[in-house]
Design a protein. Structure first.
Length: 70
């Protein structure tokens, strides 16, 4: 996975996109795009997320947050 700035990955088990936060006990910790509760993923289930997928997830999160404020 590339360096310089946040790295995003797709959890191959369920398709969720998360920011790679670190490694703990043989697992990679991912945090949802835009924040939230981290989850653990086996390293062999990770695929680097395409920039377009990360952007789509950010927009989805912003739209969801905007709707909840109304």
């Amino acid at each position: 996975m590339s360096g310089g700035g946040p790295t995003y990955a797709v959890d191959g088990r369920d398709g969720r996109i998360g920011e790679v936060m670190g490694r703990v006990g043989g697992y990679v910790q991912l945090r949802p795009v835009g924040g939230g509760r981290e989850w653990d993923c086996p390293p062999d289930e990770l695929v680097e997320a395409a920039p377009a997928d990360v952007l789509r997830e950010r927009v989805r999160r912003l739209n969801r947050d905007a709707r909840s404020r109304v």
